[in-house]
Write a protein that binds this ligand. Structure first.
Ligand SMILES: Cc1cc2nc3c(=O)[nH]c(=O)nc-3n(C[C@H](O)[C@H](O)[C@H](O)COP(=O)(O)OP(=O)(O)OC[C@H]3O[C@@H](n4cnc5c(N)ncnc54)[C@H](O)[C@@H]3O)c2cc1C
Length: 387
């Protein structure tokens, strides 16, 4: 068993960390208040190859392995979780499924612009009445000539406002309820309309929107995978995507720990550094231990995926543990900072707000437990969409 990163992985880690420290972290507080980062940031990420880290070079990507990509998400999220999720959805939830399930024509047409960051990807599964139970989605793709005409509404779509490439799930068979009647389609940004930008607790620099699809015409060339197999695409996408969200949680927790450790070594009360009090030492020790444990789970799941081995259970465990750990330990970071932790003078409160979402999207913690339980108990295969 080798725990060292390879030279290539260390190089890409340093690249993402340096960029995060120089160009992202110093602005993250302001982007949180303004509810958005400047669009130029995406151009800079693209120039560094960070919008296509694990996409093969022949498709316009950087050609690195999946673990390298996960490390990039960890580093970007350490600087700003909103930037982290933007890159995660773009890559894990759009570029990779097109690469995996697309025809040669779809791969060569849609993947290079995504990998080069000329188009930003959005993944449109959730609807107002269909969250964890995404198999009950109602957006309809009715037959229209040789293709389909799609009508419906999607909710809370990350990157949906960027007008790029939208991987959208719709029901092609109205007579088949549940997951089996669902197909996946690749839409252009101008085939959907943004109806609302969501106000959130955190993750404010990322864009989360509601969309409507008003009779969008799509030909057979826009069907991803087979008709009625959209759910297979969604499940495989979420299996990999949640390793990215676990990395996001890990990055947020690491950032919170860094701030807490630094503060504990500076702040003096009762004539001592607060780091000299055992109560504070134990908090930092628990943080460091849980962050390490999460990192091992996340990297293992990423390694299994890149080896082409089963990773559903391991990815769910990584996301479950890393996200709950991030929520716990960002709260502890606030505690270490005391009153200052509760103010906007320090980023600890932002980390706490940002961490919470990692327990919800790409499958809630309850759904992760379901996935893990089914796997360890050998129960029937999954029906839950986001699980
Ligand atoms: C900021 C943000 C960004 C998002 N980005 C995207 C995106 O880009 N694309 C996209 O398609 N979606 C996106 N989502 C949607 C997200 O994936 C869903 O919110 C999530 O899957 C949960 O669905 P829900 O919110 O409808 O909760 P519900 O499914 O209504 O769940 C409510 C509660 O019930 C529990 N529950 C539900 N079913 C079960 C069950 N069977 N057993 C036990 N407990 C259960 C849940 O765990 C939860 O605690 C985003 C959401 C947010 C908030």
């Amino acid at each position: 068993m080798v725990f060292d990163l390879s030279a290539d992985q260390r190089e890409i880690q340093a690249l993402a960390r340096d960029f995060g420290e120089a160009e992202i972290a110093p602005n993250a507080g302001e982007w949180d208040r303004q509810h958005g980062f400047p669009r130029e940031l995406l151009g800079k990420l693209a120039d560094l190859g960070l919008l296509g880290v694990c996409i093969p070079e022949e498709y316009g990507g950087a050609g690195a392995d999946f673990l390298s990509y996960i490390i990039v998400l960890e580093e970007l999220s350490r600087a700003d979780a909103g930037v982290g999720v933007t890159v995660a959805v773009h890559t894990s939830a759009v570029t990779l499924p097109i690469l995996t399930f697309g025809t040669d024509e779809q791969r060569s047409r849609f993947v290079p612009p995504l990998a080069r960051g000329e188009a930003i990807g959005a993944f449109a599964l959730t609807e107002p009445e269909a969250g964890s139970d995404a198999g009950s989605l109602r957006t309809a793709a009715g037959p229209d000539g040789d293709g389909w005409r799609i009508t419906g509404a999607k909710q809370w779509i990350t990157n949906g406002s960027f007008g790029g490439t939208v991987l959208l799930f719709a029901r092609t068979d109205p007579d088949t309820p549940g997951p089996k009647g669902v197909s996946a389609f690749i839409l252009d940004g101008d085939q959907v309309r943004v109806t609302r930008e969501e106000e959130k607790l955190g993750l404010n620099s990322s864009s989360t929107v509601d969309l409507v699809i008003e009779g969008a015409e799509v030909g057979r060339d826009r069907l991803l995978h087979e008709e009625g197999k959209g759910f297979t695409v969604a499940m495989a996408t979420l299996d990999g995507g949640r390793i990215g969200i676990a990395a996001q949680a890990l990055g947020i927790a690491q950032a919170a720990y860094d701030v807490a450790r630094e503060y504990a070594l500076q702040r003096r009360q009762f004539g001592k550094r607060i780091a000299d009090f055992q109560a504070i030492q134990w908090k930092l020790a628990d943080m460091a231990t849980e962050i390490d444990a999460a990192r091992l789970l996340v990297y293992r799941a990423a390694w299994l995926k890149q080896e082409g081995r089963p990773h559903t259970e391991e990815g769910a465990k990584a996301k479950l543990f890393a996200s709950e750990m991030a929520r716990r330990q960002t709260a502890e970071a606030i505690q270490v900072l005391g009153g200052y932790g509760y103010t906007k003078e320090f980023p600890a409160e932002r980390y706490y707000r940002d961490a919470k979402i990692t327990e919800i999207y790409e499958g809630t913690s309850e759904i992760q437990r379901l996935v893990i339980a089914r796997s360890i108990l050998g129960l029937r295969s999954r029906e839950l969409a986001q699980g």
